[in-house]
Design a protein around this ligand. Sequence first.
Ligand SMILES: [Zn+2]
Length: 230
Amino acid sequence: MDLIIARPEGLYCTAGDFYIDPWRPVERAVITHGHGDHARTGSQHYLSAAPGAGILRARLGEGINLQTLAYGERIDHHGVTLSFHPAGHVLGSAQVRVEYQGQVWVASGDYKVEADGTCEPFEPVRCHCFITESTFGLPIYRWQPQREIFDEINQWWRANAQAGRASVLFAYSFGKAQRILHGIDAGIGPILAHGSVEPLNRVYREGGIYLPKRSTPPTSKRPTPCCARH
Ligand SMILES: [Zn+2]
């Protein structure tokens, strides 16, 4: 028996009558993490891992009907046992473990097996069936160790700073931006974060993740707009 099937609304657990990361509004949505292609507005009830609660509320709205579980905590629903396990992707990201009549299925959501310090590291979960996304799992992708990447970023930033040039890094506002902030050498110079990044930084800091302080922009040196002098 298939514990989880594909329906037009998304991945569906038949015995438990809930969806995992549904792409249409449903009665019960179990959410692996807060990225927009996994967490969508409009569902009646949401269930997620506790460390992702602040992210989901920031992105889907403070008023969503959200229940959370700590990693590893189990809940029983229609005879189905459900629990969340760290996926190592972004703050609060989880694999969903579903157990019913001795069968265990795990839906991974997005996951990353290399720990990056901004969320709980990936935890392998024993199961009969594993549902995986694998955007960058093809063998053509060969990633450098993250320490090397950060060394390169820091060297580039330091050289720019010595030459009096500002450095700008573009990154997705939730997840990648915090991973970069967590990993760079904050001693090189002041750091400013875009307005779409800073609210999520706050949620990460509240979750106990180290991110360097945002520097205050030098407002006194801001040039006076031309029209103000006329
Ligand atoms: Zn994601």
